[in-house]
Design a protein around this ligand. Structure first.
Ligand code: ADE
Length: 256
């Protein structure tokens, strides 16, 4: 057999909810040395660009954030040859001015996760590998996402720090206050090790927070209920069309 390996130009860590196209998607079962990715990859044509979609939590949201095989997911994208990775994610806001339903095109990340397989270099076979990570998010991709947001009229905050917690539980009020007092903006459970692995794989990466809640609540407004899983899923679902519009506007810009 001499099959041509599947190829894609752009990768998106998100599932079928994200592609609003008429285009048929080709589904590919990828294999990696790190094990299977969370799900088969769906590859669809957007104009001239081929876009690979991989839902990080798998079918039926079966992989919790601390058990996602991030190495397999990023490696699958690397094998496909993607030159840009877009990572939309649900996030809690730590500040009143960042509201549910809005986007944050993050420029920094604080990793508070532990116990995850977070590198492709568990052994230094060919000498040490320490990738620079001062800028976890690609500035050009960030600009493109911000321009795309402006085009579709979505509120997108330019810059912000995501603190990544291990989960699967949400934060206590004390943790949430600490995160905010540290100067961070949104909280999530999956940006690490997704972002550092993309850096190790040499794939430009952009993380787009879709704000679903105010985490453990806001001191300014005692009326705000602490986040619940149901609220996160409901707000994400209600705003999924915005993510789709953003991707629809961003992909032609990325392809150029
Ligand atoms: N994802 C969505 N909302 C979140 C929150 N408040 N904390 C962690 N991850 C989240």
């Amino acid at each position: 057999m001499n099959e041509t390996p599947p190829r894609a130009d752009i990768g998106v860590f998100g599932g079928s909810g994200f592609y609003s196209l008429t285009a048929e998607a080709e589904t590919v079962e990828m294999r990696t040395e790190w094990g299977p990715p969370s799900a088969p990859v769906a590859i669809a044509a957007f104009g001239t660009a081929r876009v690979a979609f991989l839902p990080r939590h798998g079918a039926g949201h079966r992989h919790p954030p601390h058990r996602v095989n991030y190495r397999a997911n990023v490696d699958a994208m690397r094998q496909l040859g993607v030159r840009a990775l877009i990572s939309p994610f649900a996030a809690g806001s730590l500040r009143p001015e960042i509201r549910p339903g809005e986007f944050v095109v993050c420029d920094q990340l604080v990793d508070r996760t532990w116990g995850r397989e977070s590198t492709f270099h568990d052994e230094f076979h060919d000498g040490p590998v320490h990738v620079p990570f001062a800028e976890p998010y690609d500035p050009r991709l960030r600009r493109i996402m911000l321009d795309a947001a402006a085009e579709v009229g979505a509120v997108a905050h330019d810059g912000g720090t995501v603190v990544v917690v291990n989960g699967p539980r949400f934060s206590t009020r004390a943790e949430s206050r600490w995160h905010r007092d540290s100067g961070w903006h949104v909280v999530n459970m999956t940006q690490s090790p997704e972002a550092p692995l993309a850096m190790e794989a040499g794939i430009p990466f952009v993380g787009i927070a879709l704000v679903t809640d105010y985490d453990a609540g806001l001191d300014e407004d005692p009326g705000i209920e602490p986040v619940s899983q149901d609220a996160v899923f409901a707000v994400f679902e209600a705003n999924l069309h915005k993510v789709r519009e953003l991707l629809d506007a961003a992909i032609p810009r990325l392809a150029r």
